[in-house]
Every structure is written in structure tokens, then in C-alpha cells.
Write a protein that binds this ligand. Structure first.
Ligand code: C5P
Length: 234
């Protein structure tokens, strides 16, 4: 399948039309941003890792009954995915306190939860992706109640499946962000799952193996992404 005209360029990806209206090609870049675009940089080789890792995880999730947008890998940076209408919600699942949860609620980073939390942000750069709840999502007509229920239960299922997979690689899945889309009326998992969108800590040492190294100027960002790649074996 070939790339036709570019339809979108985001912070970390470009999207191209294909000859089939049901499919688009996503192309992963090395550009990195944080804090709603305030911090900008490049993580050498990130596009390759995020592309191949997302595809590996989407294949694993598909095998375990989660419908995703993944169709086929073209090469290291490019992948054919289903052309979805993105639901403008950032769906965040947390197993352990970190990041904005710790900051807003005064809970020490690393404090585990008895059960996972699910939260929504309204995907809107101008507003800074504000935290919202189900009734706000309904009021804003972002999704129907049925879609919201389905998104939550899919997000929790993804969490259980990914927690197991990462633990086999000696990695704790602290939290992550998912996006969903509509494809022929059905809700499917879209976007990416990568060290950009997950917090991944070494099981023994709690060393951060994710984008927090970039956000917090911790150094060895490329090394951390490469380590996740090595452990997952792709
Ligand atoms: O910053 P916060 O603690 O809310 O992030 C929770 C999780 O969601 C982290 O794994 C982070 O990488 C991810 N996230 C993301 N994109 C955003 C916001 C958060 O991938 N715009």
C-alpha cells in the first residue's frame, strides 16, 4: 500500500491517505514534545521503536480479543491502520501513583493502588487536555454512554493484558494513555502504545524506562527506549 497525500501532522506522527478510504498510513517521527508542546526535542530512533512496539502490542491485544486499528507494518516507521474517527478523549489507566495524579492529589510517586483507576481528559490542545468525567463527556457530546462504558471496559482489559506482558519482561506498568476511534460504527483501540504514552519502571530498581526521562531531563532517554525494545524482544 502506498502513501498518498498527507492528511495530518501531529507532534509525533504524520498520517497519509491511501487508495483505500478505509485505511491510512501512519508514519512515526523522532520529534518529542512535553507539557502540551512547551518542551520540544528529538529522541533519536524513537519513531522506529514506537512504531514497532505499538504494532507488537496491538497484535498481542488482538490475539486476546481487543479490537484495534492495526492492519500491517510497512517498514520501521510506517504502518497501515484503519481510518478511524478519533473519539476526543485521552483515556488514562493507572496502577501506581505517578505524574499528574501524584502532583494534584499529594500522593507519593510509586504508591500502588488496590485497583486500577480510569480517567478521561478532553483531547483539546487549546484547553490543555482538561480532566473531565463521564457526564462532561456526555454534555460535550464526545461519546455516547454506551461508548463510554465500552471504552472503560476495553481500557481495563488492555491494562490486565499489558501488565502481564510487561511483568514477563521485568517491567512494571505504572500508567498509560489510550485513544479510541470509531470504525464503521464500532469502537476500536487506536493511536499508539509506546514509552511515549506509558510509564514503565524496572521491576527491581524502579528505574524509569519511558518519556519521563525526557520530560524531567533525566538523561539516557534513547537508552531507556532501547532497553524496553530489548526486553520486549522486537
Ligand atoms: O501526566 P499524567 O500522569 O496524567 O500521565 C499519565 C499517563 O498518560 C503517562 O503514562 C503519560 O505518558 C500518558 N500521557 C500521554 N499523553 C498525554 C498525557 C498523558 O501519553 N497527553
Amino acid at each position: 500500500m502506498e502513501k498518498l497525500e498527507q492528511v495530518y501532522e501531529g507532534k509525533a506522527k504524520k498520517v497519509f491517505k491511501t487508495e483505500n478510504p478505509d485505511y491510512v498510513i501512519v508514519s512515526y517521527k523522532d520529534d518529542a514534545t512535553a507539557f502540551n508542546g512547551l518542551k520540544k526535542g528529538t529522541i533519536e530512533g524513537k519513531g522506529v521503536i514506537n512504531n514497532l512496539m505499538s504494532n507488537k502490542l496491538f497484535e498481542y491485544l488482538e490475539k486476546n480479543g481487543v479490537n484495534t486499528h492495526f492492519v500491517e507494518t510497512i517498514d520501521n516507521r510506517d504502518t497501515v491502520v484503519k481510518h478511524v474517527e478519533i473519539v476526543p478523549l485521552e483515556v488514562i489507566v493507572r496502577n501506581v501513583a505517578a505524574g499528574s495524579f501524584s502532583k494534584r492529589l499529594g500522593v507519593e510517586e510509586g504508591t500502588p493502588f488496590d485497583q486500577p483507576t480510569v480517567e478521561f481528559s478532553y483531547k483539546n490542545d487549546d484547553l490543555g487536555d482538561p480532566l473531565i468525567n463521564d457526564s462532561f463527556a456526555l454534555a460535550l457530546k464526545l461519546a455516547t454512554q454506551e461508548e463510554i462504558d465500552q471504552i472503560k471496559s476495553m481500557a481495563l482489559k488492555v491494562n490486565e493484558l499489558l501488565k502481564d506482558l510487561f511483568l514477563e519482561c521485568n517491567i512494571k506498568l505504572i500508567d498509560f494513555k489510550l485513544e479510541f476511534g470509531r470504525f464503521h460504527g464500532q469502537i476500536i483501540l487506536a493511536d499508539e502504545i509506546s514509552p511515549d504514552t506509558c510509564r514503565l519502571w524496572d521491576k527491581e530498581t524502579n528505574e524509569k524506562l519511558d518519556k519521563d526521562r525526557f520530560r524531567r531531563d533525566m538523561g539516557n532517554v534513547e537508552g531507556a527506549y532501547a532497553e524496553v525494545r530489548r526486553r520486549l524482544g522486537f
